[in-house]
Design a binder for this molecule. Structure first.
Ligand code: SF4
Length: 296
């Protein structure tokens, strides 16, 4: 059987900035003797609302493993086609104040939500599509998209295959083929540690993301459960500010059940209340896992 981590170009390896896709990239590099074929591109799309820990982690994966990770940010397309323009950035120049995301919301004049997750479509998929167009002159469907969903994310994988068929894209999920599950990934990064923020043992790889799995990607993503978002508010009252401002700017909402201001008020009224929604604290929050589009 072919090694699932053996990638033949042309291909795009999507790196979400989380532990799972980093694990996948590491395994792919091992199989390729540490050097990818010239027509295999690794890309990380920054929305501007990533955590600083995520940016540092992506940077470290690239520098420690000697692999070129292309950092892209979506930019409005002057021709107004659905394919966005993009800008290539790096660790130092990456947006950190939500600039690409805000620009998109301002153009759309509304917020994305669970049923309309165009934030991923534009900020991640179209930005990477544009990179591949520039880099290899290829359109989606003419290259393989390699995505870091694990074997225990079966439904998302099925949905991803279905969308890929609709959109005429070619996708592969090497971690699912290799039967990799979440504990495998966590052991790879954390070893015997149980709390990534309170290390009691050496890190097997010498570095780690340093975030709880539910903290990754956009810092207050509406896809995170209500309990997680309330915990994020408790941990850092500054986190929801940007998201609240977008709702104010466009008099809308990311989550029709609770505007950001309402969540903040709920936390203010009951700061120590451990609500039942908090049972999703173990959930992964990697954009690729949540966003319909990224897996397509
Ligand atoms: S992490 Fe959430 S807010 Fe950010 S692009 Fe993905 S779905 Fe949208």
């Amino acid at each position: 059987m072919t090694n699932p981590y053996k990638i033949e170009g042309p291909a795009l390896i999507s790196f979400s900035g989380g532990r799972t896709s980093a694990y996948m990239l590491y395994q792919i590099l091992q199989v390729h003797g540490g050097k990818l074929p010239d027509d295999v591109v690794v890309s990380f799309a920054n929305t501007g609302k990533e955590r600083e820990e995520t940016l540092r982690f992506v940077h470290e994966c690239g520098s420690r493993w000697g692999v070129r990770i292309r950092w892209v940010e979506w930019r409005p397309d002057r021709k107004e086609s659905k394919y966005a323009a993009f800008e290539e950035v790096g660790f130092n120049s990456a947006s950190r104040k939500g600039e690409p995301f805000k620009a998109l919301i301002d153009i759309k004049k509304r917020m994305p939500n669970t049923f309309q997750r165009w934030c991923t479509t534009f900020l991640k998929i179209y930005a990477k599509d544009a990179l591949m167009r520039q880099e290899l002159g290829l359109e989606p469907g003419q290259y393989l998209e390699v995505i870091g969903l694990r074997d225990d994310e079966g439904l998302r994988i099925l949905n991803g295959f279905a969308r890929a068929e609709t959109d005429k894209r070619k996708v592969r999920y090497p971690l699912a083929n290799a039967k990799v599950k979440k504990p495998d990934v966590m052991r790879f990064w954390l070893g015997e540690n149980t709390d990534p923020k309170n290390l009691t043992h050496p890190l097997p790889q010498g570095f780690d993301l340093g975030l709880a799995s539910w903290e990754g990607n956009c810092d207050f993503c509406f896809q995170k459960g209500k309990g997680i978002r309330k915990r994020l508010i408790r941990d850092n009252p500054q986190t929801p500010v940007w998201w609240h401002q977008r709702e104010v700017d466009h008099d809308g909402w990311f989550d029709s059940r609770d505007r950001v201001a309402q969540l903040v008020e709920q936390v203010r009224a009951n700061p120590t209340f451990f609500d039942e929604e908090a049972d999703d604290m173990d959930a992964d929050v990697e954009c690729g896992s949540y966003c319909a589009g990224e897996a397509a």
